[in-house]
Design a binder for this molecule. Sequence first.
Ligand code: SDX
Length: 431
Amino acid sequence: MADTNKTATLTIGNSSYDLPILSPTEGPDVIDVRKLYGQADVFTYDPGFTSTASCDSAITFIDGEEGVLLHRGYPIDQLASKSHYLEVCYLLLYGELPTAAQLEDFESRVTNHTMVHEQMHRFFTGFRRDAHPMAIMTGVVGAMSAFYHDSLDIQDPWHREVASIRLIAKMPTIAAMAFKYSVGQPFVYPRNDLDYASNFLRMCFAVPAEEYEVNPILARAMDRIFTLHADHEQNASTSTVRLASSSGANPFACIAAGIACLWGPAHGGANQAALESLKEIGTPDRIPEFIARAKDKDDPFRLMGFGHRVYKNFDPRATVMKQSADEVLELLGVENNPLLQVAKQVEKTALEDPYFIERKLFPNVDFYSGIILEAMGFPTSMFTPIFAVSRTVGWISQWKEMIEDPQMKIGRPRQLYTGVSAREYVDVENR
Ligand code: SDX
C-alpha cells in the first residue's frame, strides 16, 4: 500500500478536509478516512460495505469486471489446473509456492495432524442424527478451543502455526464425521498414506465391511473443488473471522464464527440451495417459470448460484467448475446427467434475459459445484461443509495476516442512529 501524495478533498459547509489517497498494487485507490470523524465529526455510511475496504491484504486479489482471481499473484485457473490444494494452502499461508522439500514437510505436518482427540467423538452423540452437518461443525470446531490449550495464544507465532496446521488438517475429519453421524455409519479414521482429497473421500464413503478404493477421477475433482474455494478476499465469512479475531479470541472460536456465517444461503449455503433449485426445476420445460419467479420482486425465490457482489462479468471459478463438471460426469459415464442439462439450460436462458444482463448476474462458484458433489455421492447437506473445509485455509491465512499486522485494532464500526432521542423514564402507572 503506497501513499500517493494525492488527496481527496471533502467539503462540508464552509469547511474542507483533505483525505489521503492510498494506492494498491492492483485495483482501485482507497480514500483513507481513518481521521475523518476526529476532523469533521462525521461518519462514512456503507451498509453491506459495497464501497469499503476493511483492511489491506496481500493474499487474494479479485477484479470483478475482468473476472480475475489471483492468489498471491497466481491466477486461479493456473492453480486449479497445475497445482493442488495443499500446495495452494502453503501459498496462501506463507506467500510463495513451496520448494519440493518445503511442500513435503508441509504435507507431512498436515497429514500427521488429521486425527481429532478421541474424546471429541462424544460431542457428536449429543446431536440429533438429522442435525445439519454445518450445525455440528460449528459446535465441534468451536469446541476445539477446549482441547488444544497449547495453541491458543495468538501472540505466540508458534501457537499460530500449530493452530493453523491443526485446523487445516482436522476440518476434513470433522466434516466426514458429521456426515457419517448423519447417516448412522461408524466414523472412519484418516489414513496417512492418502493425499488430502482421497483421505476425505475415504473417511466419507468407506465402511468397515469392505475395502474402499478411492476413484482417482473423483479425488482429482475433489481436490480441484477444494482449490477453487480456498480463499476469496474479504467475503462475509472471512470478514467475520477477521472481526472476531480482532478482539483477541482464539483461532478455533473465530473459525467457528466463520463456519456459522458461511452457512447462510446468500453465501456458502448457496451451493446446497442451487442444487435444490435445479432439482425443483427438474426439467428444461419448467425453466421459464423459475426464471420468472427469480425476477418477481414479490416472490422470495432467487436463482441460487447466480449473482455476486464483486464479479459483474463472470466468476472465473465457475468457468473452471463447469469444465470440471463436464469432465467428471463424462468420466463417470453420466454426461447426460439431467441436472447438468437443466443447469446449462438455466445458465443459457438467464444469460440471454435482460433482467440478468442488466444486473450483471452470472453463475458463481456455487452454481456448478453441487452437480459434481452430487455425482460423487454427497447429499446436499454436505455441500457447505465441504466449502468450509476448503475455506478454512483462507480464513486462517487472513487471520494470520491480521494478527501479524502491527496496526491491528479491534474492529468497532459506528452507526447512523435512527432511534428516539433522550427522554425521561415514565412509571408504569403513568403509561
Ligand atoms: C459466495 O463474497 C464472496 O466472495 C462470496 C463467495 C466466496 O467465495 O466467498 O464468492 C461465495 O457466497 C457466492 C455467492 C453465493 N450466493 C448465491 O448464489 C445466492 C444468490 N445470489 C444473491 O443472493 C446475490 O446475488 C448475492 C448475495 C450473491 C449478491 O448480492 P448483492 O451484491 O448484495 O446484490 P443485490 O442482492 O443487491 O442484487 C442486485 C440486484 C437486485 O435486484 P434490484 O433490486 O436491483 O432490482 O440483482 C438481483 C437483486 O434482486 N439479484 C437476483 C439474484 N441476485 C441478485 N435476482 C434473482 N436471482 C439472483 N440470484
